[in-house]
Design a protein around this ligand. Structure first.
Ligand SMILES: Nc1nc2c(ncn2[C@@H]2O[C@H](COP(=O)(O)OP(=O)(O)OP(=O)(O)O)[C@@H](O)[C@H]2O)c(=O)[nH]1
Ligand SMILES: [Mg+2]
Ligand SMILES: [Zn+2]
Length: 374
């Protein structure tokens, strides 16, 4: 099959970025899978393996400085071989990243250049609207179209009630109930795909992300959890991220289930996901109202009247605290980076040549900074 780049999501913006770095010898390609520092790429004509040049493969740097699934790369063909060398990765139209588990400020790039993000939940016994809220506030910073997908609708006979509860927390975000076991139920999602559009699936393990991708593909290409035996529960079936072309048009990116969801402290995710709560707060009598027994408190009044769910308000408070902590960390990190950048500029004036010279600019300063901390 000879796939055109457009079908993989290529557009005039990427073309411009590519032209700016292309010295006439490079080819564009999209990362369809990542494998321990190697990138499986699709050039539109063929699938190959791309590697980063030398030092960047050490694996100790902040992964935000590396290409990830969905990225567009400018590659150099290695003469006589199947393989490519990564010369540059093109600026991203969107990025979903998360904090590295157990570390305070490092981030992992999860997926890049998607148009929509499906926030997938399973309507089985684990179903909780609070989890949807959490995903919403996490995903908001990606600044892309969000869609709430409630999978396993076949397991419920109280769908109208469930939908009503989810729509309450969803705000403007569209909600769709589907079943991966019933292809006809997926029709409501086709509108988000289509030629050149990329959708990434985000959600906990076992909600049916891979099953949904298979249903769109029309074949069991991706492994799915075989049964929910006691020892299989909570295990991750998908352990890598992978981009798939859908026969009817568009690209789906399957992601492993996320166990640890942590806010990155960037943007205004919490505010956007809880606009109704913030809106209410503006109506409190006192500007510094702590919503704790103060007279004229709009939050307390709304909880009392049933307009605002007490648990939703608590969720907001909790997420806000988490966000504030993450934000403070992020600021400290940015300050440290700015300081290092100034130092490096001075050093660069002295020693101009180095291995890092081959890298793209934005990429380069970031790596120098992170690398020098080791
Ligand atoms: N009843 C029902 N079961 C489903 C549906 N979709 C998926 N499942 C089942 O749910 C289990 C988990 O599905 P997966 O597709 O492996 O889930 P996943 O989200 O990819 O999980 P990870 O790869 O671990 O993140 C499998 O046993 C599926 O058969 C559905 O619509 N209805
Ligand atoms: Mg999976
Ligand atoms: Zn108040």
């Amino acid at each position: 099959m000879n796939l055109s780049l457009e079908e993989l999501g290529w557009n005039s913006t990427f073309q411009e970025h590519f032209d700016a770095v292309n010295d006439g010898t490079l080819v564009p390609a999209r990362v369809i899978r990542e494998n321990r520092g190697e990138y499986i790429v699709n050039t539109g004509e063929r699938v190959g393996v791309a590697r980063l040049p030398g030092i960047e493969r050490l694996g100790k740097l902040d992964s935000a400085a590396y290409p990830t699934v969905g990225d567009w790369l400018a590659l150099e063909e290695i003469a006589g071989g199947e393989d490519f060398l990564v010369r540059s990765f093109l600026p991203r139209a969107s990025l979903f990243e998360r904090k590295v588990v157990g570390e305070s400020t490092r981030h992992q790039s999860i997926v890049a250049n998607f148009d929509s993000l499906f926030l997938v939940t399973g309507l089985d016994e684990d179903f909780k609207t609070s989890r949807i809220q959490r995903y919403l506030s996490l995903a908001w910073n990606s600044r892309r179209e969000l869609v709430i997908v409630l999978n396993k609708a076949d397991l419920r006979d109280d769908l109208p009630e469930v939908l009503e509860a989810v729509e309450k927390v969803a705000g403007e975000v569209p909600v769709h109930a589907v079943s991966a076991h019933d292809r006809s139920s997926l029709e409501c999602l086709f509108g988000y795909l289509g030629k050149g559009r990329t959708v990434a699936l985000l959600g906990s393990s076992g909600v049916g992300k891979s099953s949904l991708v298979n249903a769109f593909l029309g074949e069991d290409r991706l492994p799915t959890q075989q049964n929910r035996a006691a020892d299989g529960r909570g295990r991750h079936t998908t352990t890598w991220r992978e981009l798939q072309m859908i026969p009817s048009g568009g690209v789906l990116i399957d992601l492993p289930g996320m166990r640890e969801l942590q806010l990155t402290g960037e943007g205004d995710g919490v505010v956007k996901a809880f606009e109704d709560v913030e809106e209410l707060m503006l109506r409190c009598k006192f500007r510094n109202c702590r919503h704790d027994g103060e007279p004229g408190c709009a939050i307390e009044a709304a909880i009392e009247s049933g307009e605002l769910d007490a648990s939703r308000y608590q969720q907001y408070v909790k997420l806000n605290e988490e966000h504030a902590v993450a934000h403070a960390r992020r600021e400290a990190r940015d300050k440290a980076i700015a300081a290092r950048r100034r130092q490096i500029k001075v050093k660069e004036g002295v020693a101009k040549k180095g291995k890092m010279k081959r890298l793209g600019n934005a990429n380069r300063s970031r790596k120098l900074i992170e690398g020098s901390e080791e």
